[in-house]
Design a protein around this ligand. Sequence first.
Ligand code: XIL
Length: 378
Amino acid sequence: MSISFKTVSAVLAGICLTSVAFQAEAQDRLRDASKGLFLVGTALPTRAFSDLITTDIVSQDFNRLTCENEMKFDATEPSEGNFRFEQGDTLVNFAEKYGMEVHGHTFLWHSQTPQWVFQNPNDGRPLRDVVLQRLENHIRALMTHWKGKIKTWDVCNECFEDNGSPRGFSPWRQAIGDDYMEQAFRIAAKVADELGEKDVLLAYNDFNMYKPGKVQAVVKMVNDFKAKGVRIDAIGMQAHWQSNDDPSIETIEAAFKAYAATGCKIIISEMDVNTRNGFRNSGRGLERDDSVQGNADSSADALAKRYGELFDLFVKYHKDIYAVTVWGLDDGTSWLRGGAPLLFSSTDPKTNERGITPKPCYYSVLESLKKGQAALKK
Ligand code: XIL
């Protein structure tokens, strides 16, 4: 009798963690079911890669990965010119081993960026030039280190308010000026060209990307860039949403139409669907909001219905959508504590022991993908 590596690792995982990773044939996993539609991804912290149950599931269900924090500015360049790539490498190496694509997140963001980036060296150069040079050094270092290994990059993250005006708090905008996003995209495109990275997709990424004010502002920016010859290839919708009808399918669909009309690919980049009433899943985490009612709360079936409807919509727009990434694997490790927003629970409801277990919403997503795939074959 021959014993496969997978069997051994599942057995080992069972011994080490008193539970066995979820088992199902390839055709009943998200990775296979999504082929021909779009890539399916998840976001993980470095520690996830030392957990055999997590890695076993991730390698079978997903074909795309994002570092939850490890490629952000503070993690990769904590002080000027001092680059740290080890944690990102852990994810990139895993992705390579299992034939997955990697999403790079993110170059320019107001958050998780060290203070030194914006400090004035007072050496006679205008602060704008200094900060642009630092941004260029940063982008060049990361794109060079991960040349050929990262397919999509978030060049700018969260730069608009919901009503479409420029984000109020942005040290980048303050230091560089109103054209800071354009400059960031120009730099990323220049470096990509220098490195011969023709197929890399350069993206703008944000939350609440369904809100009409934001849709208008992003479409305007993209069209403006294109008119000026500034490369932008993809629009990332974070998709931190609610399990009730907020945002509605119609609202999301209207945003898809508007984004697709720019010629950019759409990336659903950070999906999680909050089930907790009285809390809003905003781009800043779960925030108290008494008006949020009608969520699924602990009703796994309502969440399954919502995930199914959302994926049916993604399938409908599969030609425009490059990838769908859920922001984490299991509820217990999600950044939205108490929101139970993901496709897997962290404990097995049957035994109450630790064991990453697919929730009903996992199966509704699987069904939606399978239906979509079957329609492609007709
Ligand atoms: C979150 C991570 O999940 C947390 O671990 C971290 O503490 C804060 O950032 N929008 C983004 C992501 O673009 O980078 C954020 O990730 C979630 C909101």
